[in-house]
Ligand binder design. Structure first.
Ligand SMILES: Nc1ncnc2c1ncn2[C@@H]1O[C@H](COP(=O)(O)OP(=O)(O)O)[C@@H](O)[C@H]1O
Ligand SMILES: [Mg+2]
Length: 310
């Protein structure tokens, strides 16, 4: 993994206009972001916060009102980059009368993959997303979870370097969510860069290396999940097998009292709490944005995160 920048946005802004061309909704306000190769990057925010707009701007499906986005150091309007990108849209759009195998074959042909490579890839992907037993069933019979999984397989057909997943776990039960998260971790192990969006805090917390929190089109927080959740001004002292009367004492005393596994560190809040605080502050101070970019994780930190999650 490297410090190579895969996605960069500068002042990226989108105003949707109405039929008469009058500005209607400011969906994204002056977003500055960098995503590095090998990262799993989360866009977190409630409905309407600008996640889908951001992803579509990155793909070049929407044109920015102001600012710019670059992918692989090229403008997003350059369509040749799309061969290196996989995309799972928010809404499923696959033909419901095709089965899983036919669906992937179809997209493989769109990418002009030779038949032998295509057949191999289709088999691998169906296996990877766990649809082998259902591969001859039409997609209209698929559950929500199976539809997300075939969508993910479709997004991966061209073996992309960068994968954009818009709400990959929306509507899934905890088991379906865990399976999708496991697949995303596999992608990280393969060295892919993944940007995913979601509104469920718990789903993003244990999978993303960094998270951007959006609210009403504004970037409110950006950073490594552990940093965002660490309460810096509080120190907690943990000890096991410690007599209750010794609790007030300092570290040396704990040791003297026979405590085991002493740790002194910073407790973390949950993403849920952080998020609610940000939303409350945002409502109190509309327009206040997070501007300074947080440093990207180093290769060593990403490797550590990958090791931890495997
Ligand atoms: N095509 C559109 N025309 C007008 N407004 C839109 C359009 N698409 C999205 N919006 C508005 O832009 C804002 C951001 O939407 P979106 O990017 O879809 O948010 P999210 O994906 O976080 O739910 C919302 O207020 C939404 O209503
Ligand atoms: Mg959306």
């Amino acid at each position: 993994m490297s410090s190579e920048v895969i996605i960069e946005t500068r002042n990226l802004t989108k105003v949707y206009r109405d039929f008469w061309g009058r500005p209607k909704v400011q969906a994204l306000k002056a977003l500055d972001l960098q995503v590095h190769r090998g990262e799993i990057f989360g866009l977190l925010g409630p409905n309407g916060s600008g996640k889908t707009t951001t992803i579509k701007l990155l793909l070049g499906l929407l044109f920015p009102t102001e600012g710019e986005a670059r992918i692989f150091n090229e403008p997003t309007s350059n369509v040749s980059k799309n061969e290196r990108i996989g995309y799972l849209p928010e809404e499923t759009y696959l033909y419901k009368f095709l089965n899983a195998e036919e669906t992937l074959q179809f997209y493989g042909r769109l990418f002009k993959m030779p038949a032998s490579e295509r057949n191999k890839r289709v088999g691998q992907l169906i296996d990877m997303v766990g649809l082998t037993a259902a591969k001859h069933r039409q997609l209209r019979e698929y559950s929500k979870g199976m539809q997300r999984r075939i969508g993910l397989a479709q997004a991966l057909i061209n073996n992309p370097e960068l994968i954009l997943l818009d709400e990959p776990t929306s509507g899934l039960d905890p088991i379906g969510t865990a399976e999708i998260k496991e697949l995303i971790r596999e992608l990280r192990e393969q060295g892919k860069t993944v940007v995913l969006s979601g509104h469920l805090l718990a789903d993003m917390q244990d999978i993303c290396d960094r998270i951007a929190i959006l609210h009403r089109g504004e970037l409110k927080e950006l950073g490594k999940v552990t940093d965002l959740l660490t309460v810096q001004d509080v120190t907690q002292i943990k000890a096991r097998n410690l007599a209750p009367e010794a609790l007030q004492e300092i570290r040396e005393l704990i040791a003297r009292h026979g405590g085991e596994q002493i740790t002194i560190d910073h407790p973390t809040t949950t993403l849920e709490e952080l998020f609610l605080r940000i939303v409350r502050e945002s409502e109190l101070h509309p327009g206040r944005r997070k501007v300074a970019a947080t440093a990207a994780p180093t290769a060593a930190e990403l490797a550590e995160a990958a090791a931890k999650s495997s």
